[in-house]
Each structure stands twice: as structure tokens, then as C-alpha cells.
Ligand binder design. Structure first.
Ligand code: GTP
Length: 356
């Protein structure tokens, strides 16, 4: 089976982490997120993957090459200007070799899921569908486009609901599709197209068969910092399976050369040559390569970028510290604070240290 992976987005919600690194190449549970997706695809029997890239395309090819090392054949299609989800699928399909009636598995490059890909392909085959869409149910659907179904047939693609009456279902598009190859070839080439706003509604209008497959398993869109840290921790903890996790699931993942004198738990991953000082407690967080965390810090659900420095006695809760930033001693950075690359925050007057 062949697949297209959409990895060309700008990842604006994850700025400033995505200034230098495209979102799918940020480290999640020890490896770039795309590596988890490739490993899962391979496990499901996918042998060839076309990466639809645009923003910082070279970062992907430099790391993955022809894919041999990762057990799949990889090819790249680069958009000079982002073509949107539909345009990117059309553009990347040039790299596929399958016939017009074969299934093509398409993934958004930021969705972490325990989806049974084989079952989704089975649903597509059974319905002889043009497209099968992976759906997930969410408690609060207000932030998502809704996808109602009757039986297995999708009946509409609705924009984010504005009023309670508009919440007609809790089913949302979960970012993985099976396309009949010939349907991809009918998407207009060389102009931006959105599958959600143009391609799928167009198929419904034309009376084509679009089926929805609700999978009750794990699903998370890693688009925001909090979700990104959560997803990484869930892979480390084994709440969602990834064949690319280095080692066995556990409370933490500590890379080669890291020095941890404090406590790391709750699925925290600590990158190569990073340091966690004595008395510090880190949970549910992602510490990138070479980051230095001082003594007696409390770090929860946060992301600390490559080479960033956190002084002694700091508290970070749901914070994002970009690469190379320097946080002086005793700072408290709470709920959603983002510090940009190479910014320095002064020491705070009050310093908490076990030495005092
Ligand atoms: P935000 O800017 O934070 O919304 O993130 P994003 O740019 O990744 O957009 P979004 O989360 O909506 O994209 C969903 C998936 O489609 C991601 O995996 C993106 O990489 C991918 N994607 C979005 N737009 C394009 C595009 O124009 N070209 C390609 N190749 N991929 C895209």
C-alpha cells in the first residue's frame, strides 16, 4: 500500500518552536514526530510514502533520505507555495505508483493516533467508497469542523459550530483518509485546495460515496504546545503505541548523554546531553537536546527548547521556552507563556534553593 503524509504546514500555533523546525520534525518521545508516523504506517503494511512538503522541506529529506533506514521507500514533493491540504495531496500523488482504483492512505502530519489503518481500508473497500474518512468523537466539538453521518455515509462537512443548535454531532475529521487514487487525480493541480472545504463537499454534491469510520481509540492533534507535550508524554507512558519509541514505555525517556539528578516522571522525555539539576521535579514535559535545567525547579507540562537554560528555583507550568532562551533564577512562567529564541529573562530577586 502507498501513502501520502502532509507535512508542509507552517505550524503557527506551535511558534516559536516551529521557527527553525517544521512541526512534524519536532522531537516527540525522543524522535521527530514524523518518525513515529512512518513507523506506524510501516507496521500497517505501507511500503511507499510520498511526503508533501513546503515549509522547510530540506529538514525532512536531510533526516529521512530515501527511507531505507526506516523500512519504507520515501519520496518528496515540494510545493513552492503551500497548496493547502487538497493541493498538497494532488501534488504528492505524482510520486505514487499505484493504479487508479487502488487505495491511497493520506495522513495529516500532526495527528497522533492508535487508529487501526487496516480497518479503515476495510471500511473503504466494503463500501466501494471514493473516500473513507477517519472520524473521532470529542467531548467539546466547538473548536472543530463537524462530520455528521447516517449509517456509514457522510452527509455534510460543517464549519466550526457557532451556536449550541449547530452542534449536530460530536464526530470530527481526525485527519486520516483513504482515497481512491483516481479521486486524487481529479483534484485541481497547481492551485491551493482545501480537502475539508472544497474536495469533500464537492464529492458529496456530486453524489459520490464518502464514508465515515469512527475509531474509538486514542486521538490527539499535536497542533498546540499543551497537546504537543501531552502527546509526547502519552507515547513515553505507553498510552498510545509507537514502534519508533526508543526502548520500552515507562515514566520517562532519557536520551544518551543526558544527566538527570532530579526527578523526571509523567512521561517526560529528556534529550541528548540535556541536564536536570538536583532537587528539580519535571513531569509531562519535553526537554530538547542540550537544554540545561538548574536545581530545585518545578516543570510541568512544558517544553524546553534545544540549548535553553533554566536557572535554579524556576517554576514552569504549561510554558514553552524556545531554543537558546535563558531563564534567570527564580522565574515563574505559567499557563501558556512562550519565551522566544535566544531571549534572556533576568534573575528574580527571590531565589529558592536547597542550599540556602
Ligand atoms: P497551524 O498553522 O498551527 O494551524 O498548523 P499547520 O500549518 O500544520 O496547519 P494544520 O494543522 O491545519 O495542518 C494539518 C496538516 O496538514 C499538517 O500536518 C500540515 O503540515 C499539513 N498542511 C497544511 N497545509 C499544508 C500545505 O499547504 N501543504 C502541505 N504539504 N501540507 C500542509
Amino acid at each position: 500500500m502507498e501513502s501520502i503524509l502532509l507535512v508542509g504546514g507552517k505550524g503557527t500555533r506551535l511558534r516559536p518552536l516551529t521557527i527553525n523546525t517544521p512541526k512534524p520534525m519536532l522531537p516527540v518521545a525522543g524522535v521527530p514526530f514524523t518518525e513515529h508516523q512512518i513507523a506506524l504506517a510501516r507496521e500497517a503494511g505501507i511500503t511507499r510514502i510520498a511526503l508533501g512538503t513546503s515549509y522547510r522541506a530540506e529538514v525532512f529529506s536531510d533526516y529521512f533520505g530515501d527511507g531505507q533506514q526506516f523500512g519504507v521507500e520515501l519520496d518528496y514533493r515540494v510545493e513552492d507555495e503551500p497548496l493547502g491540504t487538497g493541493g498538497a495531496i494532488r501534488n504528492a500523488a505524482d510520486a505514487l505508483t499505484c493504479g487508479p482504483d487502488d487505495p491511497v492512505v493520506v495522513f495529516n502530519g500532526d495527528v497522533l493516533t492508535g487508529l487501526d489503518i487496516g480497518a479503515l481500508v476495510g471500511a473503504w473497500r466494503e463500501a466501494d467508497a471514493d473516500v473513507a474518512i477517519y472520524l473521532t468523537r470529542v467531548e467539546d466539538p466547538r473548536a472543530f469542523g463537524l462530520v455528521p453521518t447516517v449509517g456509514d455515509r457522510v452527509t455534510a462537512f460543517l464549519e466550526k459550530p457557532q451556536t449550541p443548535e449547530e452542534i449536530v454531532t460530536d464526530q470530527i475529521n481526525a485527519g486520516c483518509y483513504i482515497f481512491r487514487r483516481s479521486v486524487i487525480d481529479q483534484i485541481p493541480a497547481d492551485r491551493p485546495v482545501s480537502v475539508e472545504r472544497e474536495t469533500f463537499p464537492g464529492l458529496l454534491e456530486a453524489g459520490r460515496t464518502v464514508v465515515g469510520w469512527v475509531d474509538p481509540g486514542y486521538w490527539l492533534d499535536l497542533g498546540t504546545p499543551l497537546a504537543f507535550a501531552r502527546g509526547s508524554a502519552d507515547i513515553v507512558l505507553g498510552k498510545v503505541h509507537s514502534p519508533a519509541l526508543p526502548g520500552e514505555p515507562g515514566e520517562s525517556l532519557i536520551a544518551t548523554g543526558a544527566q538527570v539528578d532530579g526527578t523526571v516522571a509523567g512521561g517526560t522525555s529528556v534529550g541528548c546531553d540535556a541536564v536536570v539539576g538536583a532537587g528539580s521535579e519535571v513531569s509531562g514535559s519535553v526537554i530538547f537536546d542540550g537544554a540545561q535545567i538548574g536545581r530545585d525547579c518545578v516543570i510541568e507540562d512544558s517544553i524546553v527548547g534545544a540549548g535553553a537554560t533554566i536557572g535554579d528555583g524556576c517554576s514552569l507550568h504549561s510554558a514553552v521556552i524556545a531554543d537558546g532562551a535563558r531563564i534567570g533564577t527564580g522565574n515563574e512562567l505559567l499557563e501558556g507563556v512562550r519565551v522566544w529564541p535566544d531571549v534572556t529573562l533576568q534573575d528574580c530577586a527571590v531565589r529558592f534553593s536547597s542550599d540556602q
